[in-house]
Write a protein that binds this ligand. Structure first.
Ligand SMILES: Nc1ncnc2c1ncn2[C@@H]1O[C@H](COP(=O)(O)OP(=O)(O)OP(=O)(O)O)[C@@H](O)[C@H]1O
Length: 424
């Protein structure tokens, strides 16, 4: 039981005269989440207690106004934000309670997902995205554990808009590294001006993960993430993505051609592959939108999506052993696994990498936007031989081979990113 909110002793605590706080459900990027009873409605809710920290000053103004907007986002595929209030120095966000999430579905080895089940989950995800994008709200942190599943089987997007309001104040190693796997290439190239296409890329990664039953592109650093993307889809040509060369962290990679998508997803239908390729379009301006994706023939062709109430689901969280994190080396061959949340064993080296990335990425918020004209268009050539097999995580990603000129040009990158080694 988390402490410090309510007035009473051990056991149930009352929060803001309305909620009876029960057990802690977990801790995420923004703070602790606990289960509670809403005495006003009799419903079970999940309360996210956000440590305001350095955002204390601003939260009363901008953040609370934005949160008010989030409360108005009501859709059957979005987690409802029921209430929001500051309490004892923390902001409390009250959400409808959900039994499980897509991460638990993907990694549950007892669950067999039929093509119709996958289609149903993807359709619900895209419906939620399309609704929010229509209202100009981005998610920015799409990943399987942010797709919650209710007792009725409905999948709902959680944490919508929070990344924009709060940034990633407490993003630690675990949260940073797994969020990376879903990052769009424009974000990895350091764009400051991004749009709903970043959510579509992430949604494509989640689609792929449902098909493969393991994370698709498991980069160990931002550069390695790009390497994994290029190994899967080929290096982008400027004809495919004309604005790419203007992005702040753009570097030119040695050309790698794309393997057939079919070779990466041998079991997927042609329609599924076509939709995937449109979600993984490099140029964010040309990437399919959520609404267009919903109109794609994948959703019109057989099999029809499974009804949510008939979808296979793991037992509700908190039931025996369901929350155990498997003890796995992520790069050791194909495993049924989605990003584990509470992987605490971090080597000093990995911790250092995260620290460096955090420092490097502090200006991600749109308020720090630089105009494209201000951005350096100088590029460095990184000869890089990428190995398609590496994207399956069966062996480490190949090291790029650099000559001395490359080395000095890339010194800054190497300083930032100890994972990015090189060989003579
Ligand atoms: N509405 C909800 N209903 C039930 N459980 C929830 C709800 N929201 C969050 N949880 C659970 O609370 C825990 C913490 O969730 P939170 O969203 O803060 O972080 P996370 O999803 O684990 O990681 P991240 O912050 O990186 O997204 C998780 O176990 C999550 O499943």
């Amino acid at each position: 039981m988390a402490s410090g909110d309510g007035g009473d002793d051990a056991g149930v605590k009352r929060v803001a005269d309305r909620y009876l706080k029960r057990e802690v459900l977990g801790e995420g990027t923004y703070g602790v989440v606990f289960k509670a009873d809403d005495t006003k409605t009799g419903n079970t809710v999940a309360i996210k207690k956000i440590r305001l920290g350095k955002y204390k000053e601003g939260v009363n103004f901008t953040a609370l106004r934005e949160i008010k907007l989030l409360k108005e986002l009501k859709d059957s595929n979005i987690i409802e934000l029921i209430d929001a209030f500051p309490y004892k120095g923390n902001l409390h966000l009250v959400f409808e309670f959900m039994e499980t999430d897509l991460e638990a579905v993907i990694r549950d080895r007892n669950i067999v997902l039929s093509p119709a089940d996958t289609k149903s989950y993807i359709q619900m995800m895209l419906k939620g995205l399309a609704f929010c994008h229509k209202k100009w709200v981005l998610h920015r942190d799409m990943k399987p554990n942010n797709l919650l599943i209710g007792a009725d089987g409905q999948l709902k997007l959680a944490d919508f808009g929070l990344a924009r309001i709060f940034g990633s104040p407490e993003r630690n190693f675990t949260h940073q590294v797994f969020a990376r796997w879903y990052r769009a290439p424009e974000l990895l190239f350091g764009t400051k001006q991004y749009g709903s296409a970043v959510d579509i890329w992430a949604a494509g990664c989640i689609f792929a993960e449902l098909l493969l039953r393991r994370p698709f592109l498991q980069g160990s650093s931002d550069i390695d993430q790009l390497g994994k993307i290029f190994a899967a889809f080929g290096t982008p040509k400027s004809s495919q993505w004309p604005d790419m060369v203007y992005l702040p962290d753009y570097v030119e990679y040695q050309f790698v051609s794309a393997p057939p998508l079919r070779s990466l997803f041998p079991m997927a239908s042609d329609d599924a592959l076509d939709l995937l390729s449109r979600m993984f379009t490099y140029d964010p301006k040309a990437r399919i939108t959520a609404q267009q994706a919903l109109e794609h023939r994948y959703f019109l062709s057989v099999p029809a999506p499974t009804k949510p109430s008939q979808l296979p689901r793991p037992p509700p969280k908190g039931d025996s052993g369901n929350n155990k994190i498997p003890d796995l080396n992520l790069q050791d061959g194909p495993v049924v696994l989605s990003p584990p949340r509470k992987l605490r064993r971090v080597t000093a080296h990995e911790g250092m990498e995260v620290h460096m990335h955090r420092a490097d990425r502090t200006e991600e918020h749109p308020s720090g936007a630089r105009h494209m004209d201000d951005m350096s268009s100088q590029s460095s050539r990184i000869p890089m031989s990428v190995d398609v097999g590496a994207i399956f995580g069966t062996r480490p990603a190949p090291r790029p081979t650099l000559n001395s000129a490359d080395k000095s040009r890339l010194k800054r990158k190497l300083d930032m990113d100890p994972e990015f080694g090189y060989t003579e």
